[in-house]
Write a protein that binds this ligand. Structure first.
Ligand SMILES: NC(=O)c1ccc[n+]([C@@H]2O[C@H](COP(=O)([O-])OP(=O)(O)OC[C@H]3O[C@@H](n4cnc5c(N)ncnc54)[C@H](O)[C@@H]3O)[C@@H](O)[C@H]2O)c1
Length: 305
């Protein structure tokens, strides 16, 4: 098998379209694994990366859905797509997933830690099980993925981990206390690991979208911004895979707002947050709209054995 093309670790805007970047398939030869990609943002990301020529592995707790998704988006001739069972909260399952990807597609160039869940409601009513599960999936699931792939990437002197965090890594809407805590944790962890990896050729990125139109966000409000589409997030992920950088906000204006908020004195900052950050308790007057999602995230587990 021909060796995959080597790409520079950094891409600048000027590099776009240069000869060594194939124009139609900028990711040809790259192997990318996406967690929680059976539906929602992960699915759109997998589709976008596959269309750009990458060999993509879709891992999901719902193995049947992962296979279906790989089949549905795998229409490109010569495209290599795998749909596999994965529970990011379980180390042997994550190891099996990565081993299968490497055996069938080759060494992993990029891991996209996307799997995540969210419980919305008053903090004192959140069942302990829901809080623990959010930390298990959103935090430990990502830490696990980083610990499993980065050592090999470091040996090869190249690689990229993209963590799908959230605008809730920087702000904390009422009604999303635990979710925001998990995404803040991801920000801190990724910042520290990035510092440890300086000079190794391995990049860490955080993609932080606002509210996106998926089951996870059903019934929530977006504040003054529009609900994003999964394709908008997929575009941002493709861009950061091509041009690795640390923090990516979707939409971009959120970056300016968080910088501005950080400069303001406490009361002005509170006022700005009050204006811009949606109150999910007020938005969710009818909690039953989230019942099906909550049931799925409460009970979904890999089959035994
Ligand atoms: N939807 C939003 O508004 C929004 C905004 C910002 C960030 N995000 C983040 O984007 C990511 C994807 O969210 P989404 O909106 O597409 O959600 P979604 O519910 O539509 O899809 C999440 C997928 O992850 C899978 N999953 C859940 N637990 C898993 C586990 N333990 N192992 C493997 N797979 C698992 C689910 O089966 C599902 O297919 C999450 O990390 C979420 O926090 C979402």
């Amino acid at each position: 098998m021909a060796a995959p093309p080597r790409y520079p670790d950094k891409f600048s805007r000027r590099d776009r379209g240069r000869d060594w970047l194939p124009r139609t398939e900028p990711l040809a030869g790259r192997v990318i694994a996406v967690t929680g990609a059976g539906r929602g943002i992960g699915r759109a990301v997998a589709a976008r990366l596959a269309a750009a020529g990458a060999a993509v592995a879709i891992g999901d707790l719902d193995a049947e859905l992962a296979t279906e998704t790989a089949g549905a988006i795998g229409g490109r001739p010569g495209g290599r797509l795998l749909g596999l069972s994965l529970d990011v909260t379980d180390t042997p399952s994550f190891e099996d997933f990565l081993r299968t990807v490497e055996t069938q597609l080759g060494p992993i160039d990029v891991l996209i830690n996307n799997a995540g869940i969210m419980w919305v409601g008053p903090f004192e009513e959140e069942p302990e099980e829901a809080a623990l599960r959010q930390f298990d999936v959103n935090v430990h699931g990502v830490l696990r993925g980083m610990k499993l792939v980065i050592p090999e990437m470091r040996k090869r002197g190249r690689g990229h981990v993209v963590n799908i965090a959230s605008a809730a890594s920087k702000v904390a809407p009422a009604g999303e206390a635990t979710y925001a805590a998990t995404k803040h944790a991801l920000h801190g962890y990724s910042t520290a690991v990035r510092a440890e990896l300086r000079g190794t050729g391995v990049h860490v990125s955080l993609v932080m979208p606002g509210v996106v139109d998926t089951e996870l966000a059903v019934g929530t409000a977006t504040g003054p911004t529009r609900r994003l589409t999964t394709d908008q997030v997929a575009d941002a992920v493709l861009d950061v895979v091509l041009r690795p950088r640390f923090e990516v906000f979707v939409p971009r204006q959120v970056a300016a707002l968080t910088r501005l908020a950080a400069l303001l004195p406490g009361r002005a900052r509170d006022a700005l947050h009050h204006l811009l950050v949606p109150d999910q308790l007020a938005a969710l007057s009818d909690r039953s709209v989230r019942a099906a999602y909550e049931q799925r995230t409460r009970t979904a587990r890999l089959p035994e054995g």
